[in-house]
Design a protein around this ligand. Sequence first.
Ligand SMILES: [Zn+2]
Ligand SMILES: [Zn+2]
Length: 263
Amino acid sequence: MPIAEVLLTSIAVRAPSLREVRTGLAELLRPVAVLRAELSAGWPVEVDTALARRRVKAGRPAFDALELLQGAGDLHRPFQRAAEAFELAGLATADQVWSARTQPLATVMMLGASWLAGEPLPRLEPRRLSQRAAAVVVGAVLSSAAGKVRTTVRSGTEDRSACPACGCSPEFSIVGPSGRMLTCARCDTRWRTVRKGCLGCGAHDSPTVARIPSPDVGYDLVVCNGCGRYMKERTRRGGSDLLVERALTSQLDAAAERRGLRL
Ligand SMILES: [Zn+2]
Ligand SMILES: [Zn+2]
């Protein structure tokens, strides 16, 4: 068999590399990423930075996520556009988008608030798509606000187990030579922490803390049987696009939620 054919055959049958999976996900999610970036950069979000500094100094998050959401203006049109972006990406049907689009603003705000509170993604449509669309919009607003307090939360927050910007729980943990870095599940703020083990109760020994490796996506699901918290810890290099990392590790969240765990 000619070498080119052998190569092509082997390429056709081998499993895609993690890098190729990430590239594929980034391609798929592009319509959602474009909208999120546009909202993050352009949606008017007010943050009192002097108040944020005082709050951080007092050991509190820089701003209150729910308050920020309530003052974020009319998010109805961005919500509808987010639902459409999922359809463009091939992740929702026209019917689901139509049902999501007809949700009143009050429902959108309620979905945003339940996402902030860490409620699991609803299983049934059209609520599932509506929750995902609300998460895109509220996430963009929060990350925009977090950008305004980035320098404020950079130091003096090493003992925090919750996000120093918005107060929500971390989702990702990376342990490297320079310590442990956490990433907020809601506003994408990263912060270095001296905290080890479970961020809920401090446990770090087996069997209270269990580590379930998922080498195909390069993460471990770390669960605490003591307090019911979980975290996704990256074990392989690569992955800086959080939208992609969330899609890549969504089965870990689903597995954790089935066990009744929360971030
Ligand atoms: Zn945050
Ligand atoms: Zn715990």
